[in-house]
Ligand binder design. Structure first.
Ligand SMILES: Nc1nc2c(c(=O)[nH]1)N[C@H]1C(S)=C(S)[C@@H](COP(=O)(O)O)O[C@H]1N2
Ligand SMILES: [Mo]
Length: 163
């Protein structure tokens, strides 16, 4: 039987069946790489693959936005479940070479969201996209803290599972 991970990966590699050529091209562009095992084949997710995972959203203010923003995307806990990632340490890498290491527990307990949309719109690289790891700061006052601000990685491009 196929494992859930295998099913998801093959889902992610399905070509887009509709849309213009340009849209199809954009949709096939990987935006988030997962390195689950040292030396293993990385999993590259495009926006369609992220959209195929369970979606979560919340509205919050952040130190980096004017007013409230509704963020939507994949809860970090949903990503862990989908790819059978066990509790441990991860490295979060951004396009600007920023990186931070975190326990998965801080991310899941903090309500971390891999946001792919702000107010329903995809985010360009120039506006913290295409993936912004954000916490529900308004709903959880305990994450209004420097240790969570430093884990709020915009332009998130890679998640490495550390062993
Ligand atoms: N992509 C990216 N995300 C990032 C950073 C960064 O340099 N690049 N800095 C982090 C750190 S250390 C902090 S404290 C917060 C706040 O950054 P700010 O000081 O620019 O507001 O963003 C975090 N997210
Ligand atoms: Mo920081």
């Amino acid at each position: 039987m196929l494992s859930r991970r295998t099913v998801l990966v093959s889902l992610a590699s399905l070509p887009f069946l509709s849309g213009t050529r340009n849209e199809a091209h954009a949709a096939e562009k990987p935006i988030l790489t997962l390195r689950l095992e040292k030396g293993g084949e990385p999993i590259r997710l495009d926006i369609a693959a992220l959209d195929a995972l369970p979606q979560t959203s919340f509205e919050t203010t952040t130190p980096w936005h004017q007013g409230k923003v509704r963020f939507s995307g994949v809860a970090f806990s949903s990503l862990m479940e989908a790819f059978e990632i066990e509790e441990g340490e991860v490295r979060l890498v951004a396009l600007n070479d920023y990186m931070v290491e975190s326990g998965t527990l801080e991310l899941t307990e903090g309500g971390a969201l891999l946001a792919t949309r702000a107010d329903g719109e995809t985010m360009p690289i120039s506006d913290k996209g295409p993936v912004f790891l954000v916490f529900p700061f308004d709903a959880k006052p305990e994450v209004q803290h420097q240790s969570y601000y430093s884990r709020s990685v915009w332009q998130l491009t890679e998640i490495d599972i550390l062993q």
